[in-house]
Design a binder for this molecule. Structure first.
Ligand code: NAD
Length: 459
């Protein structure tokens, strides 16, 4: 599939702006239809989407259905149902003398927006902002990652068959294409990806004063203090780390475990591993591969430089499959603690107390998620009160994403802005304050007019 020609970008943006100005996306019935068409596209082509994700990531069917396809169908349909409620103008409480002014907040559509998505969960990370943009009555250009090329080619073919092409367009390409898009003015930019590129996006957006949402990643830590069933903790952590081969923004990145529990915990990880992959992960149909040679080499590089002890895993093959790999006795300064791992390697760092674990976390960038396996109420409270993270999850990993009523997003280096359902809708709307001051309000306003007599000052 060829990339979108560079000289097409301004034309695409301009045609979408014209659609927005004509008011095409304004009627709720139109928005509802586009949302239901989005769900229909998923439903009618679920096999093709699953196959594209398998070609890009070696992803098992179950994971693609549960984490991406079904979620988008469900959420697009909820948006269609909730449109009336979300878009309703809101009245505000005011003092008596302003009541006749009908102070109201209208939900304005921002306009024509740019959505830039990554390769690791290309489907949900494209459609989650898109259903927000549709619900908000915006037009959108979707720039897909060049790394998940099969998904990109499929969506470029399918989207025009289901959604109104005058309002929603897919752009395929890499750095030159996105650079061209970023020269243009947008009414919002929604970027999901890494912090390095986020800085490029933010700088480009600043030139036009464009508001942005940054959904980024980082190193999400896990604290294990032994008060929660350690076998179950290990099982839940290993699942989070091996799902999509650890290529998830919310993957548990490293574990801080009480020193005396380290060996028991690592043994529990091994037991869970052997149950998950009895035939070995490289022969398993329940495991994904690393997305590209570049990421494969990066992971091998991190592992080759660790000073920790590899307890199990570490085997790879020439097609970029990489076993879940547990490394214990990892200490501050290790290669595995330098950058987001974004792969199936789990460093285990022994610490002396929950307090030390909190200090360790606070000495680093604010994570997207902080996980803690504990049933100790004091430890929970200390973690809530003394740390900063986009999400806080006790006693499981990744599963928080299924709570669709909670906002999702980062803080500090893990980004800013909140998404999922209503929060996705709100990203693409603005609150437009409106008053309508009747003639009858004149007596209460007359004090403002010159001349400013002493009588008025005294009143
Ligand atoms: P990626 O390489 O696919 O990049 C994302 C987008 O940025 C793509 O569309 C790509 O074309 C574009 N891009 C790449 N280089 C660019 C450049 N130099 N200039 C402008 N645009 C460029 O994906 P990635 O960044 O490798 O994704 C992985 C990262 O994303 C991880 O850090 C992960 O934690 C994070 N992530 C965050 C979330 C979240 O919701 N918070 C979800 C998934 C991934």
């Amino acid at each position: 599939m060829s990339y979108t020609p560079l000289d097409e970008m301004p034309k695409i943006r301009d045609s979408l702006r014209a659609t927005f100005r004509k008011g095409v996306p304004r009627p709720l019935a139109w928005r509802r239809h586009q949302l239901l068409q989005l769900a229909r596209m998923m439903q009618e082509n679920s096999d093709a989407f699953v196959e594209a994700l398998a070609a890009d990531l070696g992803r098992p069917k179950l994971e693609s259905l549960v984490a991406e396809v079904c979620v988008v169908i469900d959420r697009a349909m909820i948006c269609a149902e909730k449109l009336d409620e979300w878009t309703k103008p809101e009245k505000v409480e005011v003092p008596d003398w302003q009541k006749s002014w009908s102070p109201t907040i209208h939900k304005g559509s921002k306009g024509t927006v740019l959505i830039i998505s990554p390769w690791n969960f290309p489907l949900i990370l494209t459609f989650q902002p898109l259903y927000g943009a549709i619900s908000a009555g915006c037009c959108a250009v979707i720039k897909l990652s060049e790394v998940s090329a099969n998904f990109g080619a499929l969506l470029a073919k399918l989207l025009p068959k289901y959604l109104d092409q005058s309002a929603y367009r897919v752009v395929l390409g890499a750095v030159p294409e996105i650079t061209k898009l970023l020269e243009l003015q947008w009414d919002h930019i929604f970027y999901t990806g890494n912090g390095r590129v986020a800085r490029i996006i933010a700088a480009a957006a600043a030139r036009h004063l464009t508001p942005i949402t940054l959904e980024l990643g980082g190193k999400s830590p896990v604290i294990v203090d032994g008060t929660f069933d350690i076998d179950l903790a290990a099982k839940r952590i290993l699942w989070g780390k091996s799902n999509n081969a650890g290529q998830m923004c919310v993957s548990p990145d490293y574990v801080l475990v009480l020193r005396e529990l380290q060996d028991k915990f690592v043994a529990a990880l091994k037991a869970a591993h052997d149950i998950f992959y009895p035939e070995g992960p490289l022969n398993s149909t329940s495991f994904s591969r690393v997305v590209s040679e570049a990421h494969f080499k990066r992971l091998n590089g991190l592992l080759s430089r660790t000073k920790g002890e590899i307890v199990f895993g570490g085997k790879t093959n020439e097609k970029f499959w990489f076993e879940p790999t547990i490394v214990k006795d990892v200490a501050d300064g290790d290669s595995l603690l330098e950058e987001e791992i974004f792969g199936p390697i789990l460093p285990v760092v022994p610490v002396d107390s929950v307090h030390d674990a909190i200090e360790f976390i606070n000495a680093r960038d604010d994570p997207l998620v902080l996980y803690a396996f504990t049933e100790d109420l004091q430890a929970k409270q200390a973690i809530i009160e003394n740390t900063t993270s986009g999400n806080l999850v006790f006693n499981d990993t990744v599963q928080q994403l299924s709570v669709k009523e909670l906002p999702f997003g980062g803080v500090g280096e893990s980004g800013y802005g909140r998404q999922i359902l209503k929060y996705s809708y709100e990203i693409f709307t603005y609150e437009r304050s409106c008053v309508d001051i009747p003639k009858s309000a004149e007596p209460s306003l007359s004090v403002r007019y010159p001349p400013y007599t002493q009588e008025k000052v005294d009143a």
